[in-house]
Design a protein around this ligand. Sequence first.
Ligand code: 5AD
Ligand code: SF4
Length: 429
Amino acid sequence: MNVADSELVEGLLQKEGYLPAVNIKNADAVFVNTCAIREHAEEKVHSQLGRYNLIKKQNPDMIIGVLGCMGQNLKDDILESRPYVDIVLGPDSYRKLPEILNRKIVNQKSIVDTKLSRFEVYNDLFPSRKKGINAWISIMRGCDKFCTFCIVPFTRGRERSRSIASIVAETEQAVADGFVEITLLGQNVNSYKHENEDFSKLLMAVADIKGVKRIRYTSPHPQDINSELLEVMATHDTICNYIHLPLQAGSNRILQRMNRTYTKEHFIGLVDYIRDVLPNVGISTDIIVGFPGETDEEFEETLDVMKKVKFDSAFTFKYSSRPGTKASEFSDHISEEVKKERLQQVIELQKKHTLERNRESVGSVETVLVEKESKKSSTYWAGRTDSNKWVIFDKGNAKIKDFVPVLITAAKGVSLHGDLVHQEEAHAV
Ligand code: 5AD
Ligand code: SF4
């Protein structure tokens, strides 16, 4: 989401005639687009700001701006502890940036704007995208779910969605600009609602655009996965056979305390249903360990759900207390040692499951989108399957952005290895 927002800000500034600096030391302004989801993300911003301050000491006219979720949430802290910060803008105030920059140039005082909006979706602004494979397209902003651990509803405000027409227009432009993969983005992507249109309608409209090769979306909430959505996925080849389905925890008491609105039984049933409608679908998840009050037995239930579902991959986190959220007020926080130990267990189990799931693909031929050179060797490409698995294979005649058939020969670590098949045909794809 922040990459997409930074592209939006860059597009906005370029329209006003600002250009990216070649070297940060000579920049007139530096903006840090910040994330507040966990303490670790905030720590990274603080150390980054410290580094920019050193540069500012050499170049005192340089403007330093803090954008995004930390700006929204921690504006007073930032202004007090970092007086060298000139501009603080929340996620709904980017549109004001050019005007504020002009004001700031003639005025020495710090400028802050963190008013959240019920309407701002930046519908009419076109992001400045670096050339590449994937275009991020923001379709909705904000979140109304209020999971008790999460700061997003406070930093990004209420849910609001763009019109299908504006999303289709932006996708058509991205396709014309050479992007082969489109990722529809939202804090709660499948609670998209514009007038009477829902997420499955939008997905269908995007899938029908001529020239769109691959469509992904992130991040959905299990509560808003419905049969219409799965039907659209099943009937459109361009929509990737992949769903990110955040579990968060496996105990019903913890899920309820998290305000996740589903039980573990419902979650497992949903996975079974998804796998029925979408055979060979890739399913990933998010898991938080050490939520306040989580007992050893309740943590075991998370491991148990993982064993029942066997996710293809998982993003795993230690619970991080976010001031202002309901969970931060709970009195039964878990020690750092216990969180660390639980995280290790979750990681180990997931590694095993990823390998087991990946082994199921060995012997099959997968369509892989060539994305980049493998880190392993300059003679290998790395690309993803429809189900979001990385495959490493000999370059042959394939080029970046090609869709090529690859015979999967092995599963190692978290990726697949394979060989290009029918190279002449692959070249022509
Ligand atoms: N602590 C740890 N993880 C969190 N997430 C959100 N808030 C927190 C928090 N306070 C995780 C959730 C979410 C993902 C984007 O980040 O798993 O799905
Ligand atoms: Fe945060 Fe996602 Fe829950 Fe919204 S649905 S509160 S963004 S974890």
